[in-house]
Structure formats: structure tokens, C-alpha cells
Design a protein around this ligand. Sequence first.
Ligand SMILES: [Zn+2]
Ligand SMILES: [Zn+2]
Length: 82
Amino acid sequence: MLELRPNCECCDRDLPPNASDARICSYECTFCATCTDNVLHGICPNCGGNLMPRPIRPPEKLVRHPASAKRVLKLEGCHQAV
Ligand SMILES: [Zn+2]
Ligand SMILES: [Zn+2]
């Protein structure tokens, strides 16, 4: 089950569970669409995998399986993978 992290690891903007612009890699590194497109160019800077749109969990499912509240942020900031 996905953690549904609450923020972008690059710019720390909020990405609620129903955000349509959240992107994740296979390890659930989580980024916003703006960082994914403009900074990361679709590649996760942590693991090198590709970033995909994060599925939206329906609200009734969030009651039983809440989204993660633990914010993850890259302290050194994000850079384009080389
Ligand atoms: Zn971002
Ligand atoms: Zn990753």
C-alpha cells in the first residue's frame, strides 16, 4: 500500500492524497509535477527510477488507510540527475 507522502521532496509544497499533480517513483519518493518536469525531467534524483503520476486514493478508503503525515524533504535540495 502506498504511503501517500504529504509533500514534495524538492520544494516542500503540499501534495494532499487527492492531488492530481503528485509524482512518485517505485520507492515512493514523492515530488510535485512542476519539479518533476522542470528540475528532475521525469527521473527520481534518489534512485534514478522514472516518476509516474501518483494514483489518487478515494476519500472513503482514506478513512481506513490514512495518508502518511511524515514529511520527507531533501535537505540538499534537488538537482537534475546527470
Ligand atoms: Zn516540488
Ligand atoms: Zn526514488
